[in-house]
Design a protein around this ligand. Structure first.
Ligand code: ZN
Length: 74
């Protein structure tokens, strides 16, 4: 598992009701806060719950990915 960083773009296993499965990480700690890319709703998850629901990290904040699924490694 890659290390989660603030501002990362992540993909979750289940889509949000709004249809988006991509979220921006806005808080990293004991709890993880993510903001939906589709509707801007903010959800806070226990770190373990977040890791279970996480599909993958799409991009770190320094390297925004637009419309591709390429993995970004640093
Ligand atoms: Zn949403």
């Amino acid at each position: 598992m890659e290390e989660l960083q603030l501002g990362d773009l992540v993909q979750m296993r289940k889509s949000h009701p709004c249809g988006s499965d991509k979220w921006t990480v806005i808080r990293v700690g004991a709890d993880i806060k993510i903001r939906c890319q589709g509707c801007n709703r903010i959800v806070m998850l226990d770190r373990m719950v977040f890791m279970k629901r996480l599909k993958r990290i799409l991009a770190h904040s320094e390297v925004p990915v637009r419309g591709t699924n390429e993995d970004v490694t640093e």
